[in-house]
Design a protein. Structure first.
Length: 148
């Protein structure tokens, strides 16, 4: 496999500054949404709203932790010289994609292939996708429906 030439050091340094600033912002958000605020929200909530507070807090913290890990991985790619190179096809990720998503590790083509739904999409009443029993509709990718 041929080694793909990545971005020049000036461009890498610019993205490192962007990533570092985002890392600081995410770290501050994790600290701000830590246990102190969570406990205050929980104590101030009605009994029926407490479960929503817990779910919201867990989702927010999970999102922050994922962002933090993605930023750390992007900074590591900056250091080892692979930042801006797709981890799947090893081509250069377009600068516009990196401007929009500095933590991107795949080019648009590979990312769309990774997130593309495959097979049947189950819709309708009474369909349990795990057991595939009951009456409902299955729709394939071209929109045709059939009763299952």
């Amino acid at each position: 496999m041929d080694q793909v030439a990545g971005y020049d050091q000036k461009t890498i340094d610019r993205f490192k500054r962007i990533l570092s600033a985002r890392k600081e912002a995410v770290t501050a958000r994790i600290r701000r949404n830590g246990n102190r605020i969570y406990i205050e929200e929980l104590n101030g909530a009605e009994k029926t709203d407490r479960s929503q507070v817990v779910v919201h807090h867990d989702a927010e913290m999970g999102g922050c932790q994922t962002q933090f890990r993605d930023i750390e991985a992007a900074l590591a790619r900056c250091e080892d010289g692979t930042y801006g190179i797709c981890i799947d096809c090893h081509t250069l990720i377009l600068p516009g994609r990196l401007e929009a998503i500095p933590t991107a590790k795949r080019c648009m083509s590979c990312q769309s292939n990774k997130t593309k739904p495959r097979g049947m999409i189950f819709v309708g009443v009474g369909v349990n996708p795990r057991r595939l029993t009951g009456k409902g509709f299955a729709s394939n990718m071209n929109g045709r429906r059939r009763i299952i």
